[in-house]
Design a protein around this ligand. Structure first.
Ligand code: BMA
Length: 376
């Protein structure tokens, strides 16, 4: 009898705690993973909310290295210039699939985990991309001489089983991201990006729209349903597209995507390059934000930049004058390479660079949000 009473008491406590979780989630927009952790659902809703305040600044690899420095704890080029961390930090998983200790840009995965936790602890947001190797040739992600890699990865393909082991490694990485309480840290996974271009093995000339969609769906279903990774939001980010039909040509469906975006770069260094870039940003922002409104998704700029920032008003003129006309969650600037053989490969400001004053002006705008602006 006593045992029964204890059991009933336990049941009551459990039910009460479940109810508490439900109550706090009431009215929230659910991501495509109906078993997403509470923190993931909260992040998704935070993204919708933050768009009403402004646009978050993101920087790729911000905490691991910067222009001419590598691994200095607490440092970030953006912080050196503007006194605060970017609100969004992007990371790159390439080579996690091989079980490597560090990624293709020499960031140790153990360090990446630490940086992701630091970002989470200070209220920032993490997104990840994945330049996975070509499973057929063993070469890099940029080996796109074949048009059959995706086909061999799909169910019944010769590399299907092996590819699932790669997805397991990706999943293990996400499942290893824990906060102090042991809860999983939510991450936005921007996978198979820039697929309307033809420079990765999943690109437009490397697979058919149907194959691309199947690859996407298979990946979501493997991570979410088989591997039980429930701390992810999924972001779809082609490179520039012509119109909505082009944007959606390889779209796997609303039930497989949480966030919609695009990648867009200023190619060249003269005023024509800036004019073309502004036009492209505007054009793609219209496509993506219109679709996001219709489908109730979060719109972002997945990657952008002007290599070496040859235009001193790049941030306020080329970027802000266009993006401020739209509601998007973030704009992510690509990495500031640390490698000595890539001195001009940077897209964010760094202390002493001629674009630094302009970046300060950019982040001082009330609708441009840095880490401290989004702390809760
Ligand atoms: C590219 C370049 C490369 C890098 C890759 C993955 O755009 O920055 O140097 O290896 O992204 O991060």
């Amino acid at each position: 009898m006593k045992k029964n009473l204890a059991f009933l008491l336990l049941l009551a406590v459990l039910l009460a705690s479940c109810k508490q979780k439900d109550d706090s989630m009431e009215g929230m927009t659910l991501p495509i993973d109906k078993n997403a952790t509470k923190e993931t659902v909260l992040l998704y809703n935070r993204l919708f909310d933050s768009m009403q305040k402004g646009i978050m600044v993101g920087h790729q690899d911000a905490l691991a290295y910067g222009h001419s420095w590598y691994k200095e704890d607490g440092r970030s080029d953006v912080k050196d210039v503007a006194g605060d961390y970017p609100a969004v930090v992007g990371w790159e998983l390439g080579h996690v699939e091989n079980g490597a200790e560090y990624n293709l840009d020499s960031v140790y995965f153990s360090d990446m985990k630490r940086y992701i936790k630091q970002t989470y602890d200070r209220g920032g947001i993490t997104t990840a991309s994945w330049h996975g190797d070509n499973i057929v040739t063993g070469n890099t992600t940029w080996d796109c001489a074949q048009d059959s890699v995706v086909r061999t990865i799909l169910p019944n393909g010769s590399n299907h089983q092996k590819y699932l082991t790669w997805l397991d490694k990706v999943g293990d990485f996400f499942l290893s991201l824990k906060d102090d309480k042991g809860s999983l840290i939510p991450v936005v996974f921007r996978m198979y990006h820039e697929h309307t271009g033809a420079w990765f093995w999943w690109g437009s000339e490397q697979c058919t729209p149907e194959e691309y969609k199947q690859l996407w769906i298979m990946t979501v279903e493997h991570l979410r349903d088989k591997k039980k990774v429930h701390n992810l939001l999924y972001a779809y980010s082609p490179s520039e597209t012509k119109d909505e039909a082009h944007f959606l040509e390889r779209y796997p469906g609303d039930e497989y995507v949480d966030i919609v975006g695009f990648d867009c770069y200023a190619n060249g260094s003269d005023s024509t390059a800036v004019a073309r870039y502004k036009k492209a940003l505007d054009h793609n922002l219209k496509i993506v934000t219109d679709y996001a409104t219709k489908a109730n998704k979060v719109p972002v700029i997945g990657e952008t930049g002007m290599e070496s920032i040859p235009y001193n008003a790049y941030f306020t003129d080329a970027v802000y004058s266009v993006i401020s006309r739209y509601k998007i969650a973030w704009v992510l600037f690509w990495r500031n390479a640390w490698e000595s053989d890539k001195p001009g490969h940077f897209y964010g400001p760094f202390a002493g660079h001629s674009s630094a004053p302009d970046f300060k002006e950019f982040v001082a705008k009330p609708d441009i949000l840095m880490n401290n602006d989004i702390k809760q």
